[in-house]
Design a protein around this ligand. Structure first.
Ligand SMILES: O=C([O-])CC(=O)C(=O)O
Ligand SMILES: [Mg+2]
Length: 589
């Protein structure tokens, strides 16, 4: 009896059928758009009953099942007598999570909640976003990936290894959900700034997609985390008896690209061309090539190249209110010339050239990059990787960051090196000597890899810095003033960007959409925020921010003729908001 499947009507008790049809956005637009009739009439959903219902994370409500539901769904006796509201459940869980001192324990508690009761998991995450983001995302997710083998209980996401070569389409069909809208895929080779974590990188797509739902409003069942396992060069993992991945060195070259090609075409074949694929934490040597290869045939973007670029550009646009002038008046210096560094640099150049008559080649000359060998200059051009070549300007060779700061005199210093503590006291003091208000971004993740801490940035500049970091830092008090560091993390951008692509039925990502996303984010910074020295709006408002980003991105998709959703909604912000997943429980009749 416990596993009886019942057809249930869920109408009367649903306050706003429009926002809850199908539990999320999927039924409100695109191929799966429900008919207008369906939007206003009660809808039907199949929910297992009894014991099976309690173990189905998509429908389980635990103690929140009402007396009536307990009767109609064979739950009598399977639950203790008390009936709780979702709010009370949330209160209890937040108390539990706060009682854990070790961040990883909080992470495990959150993952267990996701496996048990998905709606409650998202309610917690949405209502407590500033507190829980560092738990399910950077920095704790980094540690979770490092220890994934030991904390691993139930698999999340889809693992596609070399063993599945030739069978990837079948593997995709093993996934229980059919209507996938967003895939985040990694091959685990460069997880945050932590390096090659092989198959254990799965924590990243899982975490990113949790943010797609909580911050962006994409329905959880439309999200698919994927890890491609071609081996790992991390000897520690290969020697670890608990390692969960393929125990071999990484496949490269043709073997690697053939597997990726099979994956990309299987995705398109199985889900159509409107499924969004977000590349995440690939190593430089594959990231640029994969993006170049697939951006003209698939709906793809690389979060580390383009998402990070868009969030940084937003912060820079916003900072002009504090610094004055235009982007073209500034000089930018990067430490790190990989995906994030060159991606940000290119988007800044694109914005400068689109806002002025300056050709992009000229705009690039305002931007300088330092890599592990020193300042990138034209005399190094022959030996440079292709993605660094546009940044090789005329200058004498310089080997240290400090020398580069002194010679280039940047107003903006951005760290994307993946190496912690590289913005030394000398470097930060040099920035403060050149600029009344230096702008410094220490973007590498997690916190251990940040180029400097918030405390260091504020004290070494005597409180004059405008500071942001990739992983969160607490507000810092200096000389009686409270400084609030910004979190220049792509988490501000990818949920809204992706949501905008999905709700417009976009078929390709265009650079102008990234600029549109940056402008939408920058527009959310108000005078009240500027007065506190902030260049990013608080994350507490992230769903509203995401709706604006999504609307701007969708508008651009329509303008560029890349959107397939018809007709174009008149008010895209309202439309985006109406499509967002909400985690409140539904009533089962
Ligand atoms: O995941 C994050 O926090 C930001 C990011 O993409 C990275 O560092 O690779
Ligand atoms: Mg990343």
């Amino acid at each position: 009896m416990s596993s009886t499947l019942k057809q249930l009507k869920d109408g009367e008790s649903v306050i706003d059928p429009k926002s809850t049809v199908g539990g999320g956005v999927d039924d409100v637009y695109g191929e799966d758009r429900a008919s207008e009739d369906q939007l206003i009439t009660p809808w039907t959903v199949s929910v297992a009953s009894g014991y099976t219902l309690l173990r189905d994370p998509h429908h389980n409500k635990g103690l929140a099942f009402t007396e009536r539901e307990r009767d109609s769904h064979y739950l009598r006796g399977l639950l203790p007598p008390a009936v709780a509201t979702q709010e009370l459940q949330e209160k209890k869980l937040m108390q539990n999570i706060r009682s854990y001192e070790v961040p990883l324990h909080k992470y495990v508690a959150m993952m267990e909640l996701e496996e048990r009761n998905e709606r409650l998991f998202y309610k917690l995450l949405i209502d407590n976003v500033e507190e829980l983001l560092p738990v399910v995302y950077t920095p704790t997710v980094g540690e979770a990936c490092q220890k994934y083998g030991s904390i691993f209980k139930r698999p999340q996401g889809l693992y596609i290894s070399l063993k599945e070569k030739g069978k990837i389409l079948e593997v995709l069909r093993n996934w229980p959900e059919r209507n996938i809208q967003v895939i985040v895929v990694t091959d685990g080779e460069r997880i945050l700034g932590l390096g090659d974590l092989g198959c254990q990188g799965m924590g990243i797509p899982v975490g990113k997609l949790a943010l797609y739902t909580a911050l962006g409003g994409v329905r959880p069942s439309a999200c698919l985390p994927v890890t491609i396992d071609v081996g790992t060069n991390n000897q520690k993992l290969l020697d670890d008896e608990f390692y969960i991945g393929l125990r071999q060195k990484r496949a490269t070259g043709k073997e690697y690209y053939d597997l990726l090609e099979e994956f990309m075409s299987a995705v398109k074949q199985n889900y159509g061309e409107k499924v969004l694929i977000q590349f995440e934490d690939f190593a430089n040597h594959n990231a640029f090539e994969l993006l170049a290869k697939y951006k003209t045939s698939h709906l793809v973007f690389n979060d580390d190249i383009q998402g990070t670029a868009s969030v940084v550009l937003a912060g820079l646009i916003a900072s002009l209110k504090l610094l004055g002038g235009s982007l073209a008046d500034h000089t930018f210096l990067f430490l790190g010339a990989g995906e994030a560094g060159t991606g940000i640099a290119e988007l800044i150049a694109l914005e400068i050239s689109s806002k002025t008559n300056i050709p992009i080649e000229e705009a690039r000359k305002k931007i300088w990059l330092v890599d592990s060998k020193g300042l990138i200059v034209s005399s190094r051009k022959e030996s440079l990787q292709h993605f660094k070549k546009s940044w090789a300007h005329e200058h004498e060779p310089l080997t240290t960051l400090l020398d580069a700061v002194k010679a280039i005199k940047p107003s903006v210093l951005i760290g994307t090196s993946g190496v912690g503590q590289t913005f030394t006291k000398d470097v930060v003091e040099a920035m403060a000597a050149i600029n009344e208000r230096p702008l410094i971004m220490a973007l590498s993740n997690p916190t251990s890899q940040a180029e400097c801490t918030a405390e260091q940035a504020y004290t070494w500049t005597e409180g004059r810095v405008i500071f942001s970091s990739g992983s969160p830092f607490d507000p810092y008090e200096y000389n009686g003033n409270l400084f609030i560091p910004g979190q220049a993390n792509n988490a501000y951008i990818f949920p809204g960007l992706g949501f905008g692509l999905v709700i417009s039925g976009a078929i390709r990502v265009h650079d102008e959409m990234l600029l549109a996303a940056s402008e939408a984010l920058a527009n959310q910074v108000t005078q009240e925020h500027y007065d506190k020295g902030m260049i990013y709006p608080p994350l507490t408002n992230i769903r509203k921010i995401s709706a604006h980003i999504a609307a701007n991105v969708a508008a651009k998709a329509f303008d560029l003729g890349l959107a397939t959703r018809l007709p174009r909604p008149a008010d895209l912000v309202k439309y985006a908001e109406s499509c967002m997943y909400t985690p409140n429980y539904r009533t089962y009749r």
